[in-house]
Design a protein around this ligand. Sequence first.
Ligand SMILES: [Zn+2]
Length: 200
Amino acid sequence: MYEYDDYYEDYGPSDELSQQIHQMIENEARAKITSTFTELEQVRKTNEELRKQIHEMRNQIRTFDDRVKKERKQAEEAIKRGFFDGYICGDKVFVAYSKYRREACATCSGAAKVTALIGNAEMQIKCPECDGTGGKHKYDYEPLEDHIETVTVELNDRGGKFVNAYLKKKESKVEYERIFPTLEECQAYCDEKNSESKER
Ligand SMILES: [Zn+2]
């Protein structure tokens, strides 16, 4: 029994110490884990922030690239328009389209002859109004929507420059003076042309 008691007396304080050590280790470990966790959380936040920044920068680069492309295209277009005197292929335009029409003479109704009383006799004479042609050649102008398909530039050694356009709906080339960017401008030109031909 003596040995037994002795053993317990020895065991008491050493058990307490062991518990204290255990507690210290545990506290230390907890502190370490908490600190590591906090660090990890911080790294995660930084990472997320950087990811956002990268995303934002990529967007900025893309926007910048798009702007450069757009501005380059505009600059190229401006140079082309300058060289081709305003129009480039693919432009929607309005062309003053002229349609030939033969208008019968109002005096002879297209017969080319009129009845005249010469002395007491009725005679058929050449219509003085149309000079025996029976009518007049007329061109009626009207706007036609079209697209520029080809633009050609001819340069000569005397510094001359001739620009012509070929449109989708017309086979032959069209002079620039008959091409307009808007319907209103084309209509005004047609009206002017049509009133000129009425006066003649
Ligand atoms: Zn006539």
